[in-house]
Design a protein around this ligand. Structure first.
Ligand SMILES: N[C@@H](CCC(=O)N[C@@H](CS)C(=O)NCC(=O)O)C(=O)O
Length: 205
């Protein structure tokens, strides 16, 4: 059986990056497949037509959090999840917040508006961007507050919730939203802490 771990999806996608970060942290060998052929699509059979999708031999799973948990549970290597039930519940809380709030607001309402402009002639819709600022700020305040009592979103060490959140904050910092991180000392320290990791240096480019 072909046991190679294959991640399908574009490297620039925050969600794809999350799965790659988990592979790197876990020390798992993987192959990134950016181009998805017609026959791959049929084989992978994701009715939501989103990436990432993971294939491990004949096993296929989609949805980023499910992929990250599979990688964590399937392979040896450092655990990407805390062990206590309470810490695990809190990590799951932040995974849910990342999917339910941070991604729709920070990525979809703000970053994608300028990264993939929808206006004619490729113009950025500045009014949409401006309208998103207060809601992005609100999400960042939530992040800043959470980081006052914990260094990570996954408990005492970095884990799956962090690998979901860091690609979003990293894009925000590098792009037009960088100024929104001014006066967010905890979030800036968190970015520094995470960006020091070899996995982040390799994947968040
Ligand atoms: N709920 C999905 C969301 C994945 C998602 O939105 N992926 C984006 C890339 S970041 C995508 O596939 N976009 C292509 C499309 O919407 O057609 C997950 O957690 O994996």
């Amino acid at each position: 059986m072909d046991d190679t771990l294959v991640i399908y999806g574009m490297e620039f996608s925050t969600y794809v990056r999350s799965t790659l970060l988990c592979c790197e942290e876990k020390g798992v060998t993987y192959q990134l497949q950016e181009k998805i052929s017609r026959s791959d699509r049929l084989l992978l059979n994701n009715p939501f037509k989103r990436v990432p999708i993971l294939r491990h031999g004949e096993f296929v799973v989609y949805e980023t959090a499910a992929i990250c948990r599979y990688i964590d549970r399937r392979f040896d290597g450092p655990s990407l999840s805390p062990s206590s039930v309470e810490a695990l519940a809190l990590m799951d809380q932040w995974i849910s917040a990342a999917n339910g709030y941070f991604d729709p607001i920070i990525i979809r309402k703000f970053i994608l508006v300028y990264a993939f402009p929808s206006g004619k002639d490729g113009e950025v819709d500045e009014s949409r961007l401006e309208a998103a600022v207060p809601v992005v700020r609100r999400q960042l305040e939530i992040i800043e507050t959470a980081l006052k009592t914990s260094d990570y979103f996954s408990g005492a060490a970095a884990g799956i919730a962090d690998y979901l959140i860091i690609p979003m904050l990293d894009y925000l910092q590098r792009g037009r939203g960088g100024y929104l991180l001014d006066n967010m000392p905890q979030t800036n320290r968190y970015l520094e802490r995470m960006q020091e990791r070899l996995s982040c240096q390799k994947i968040l480019v």
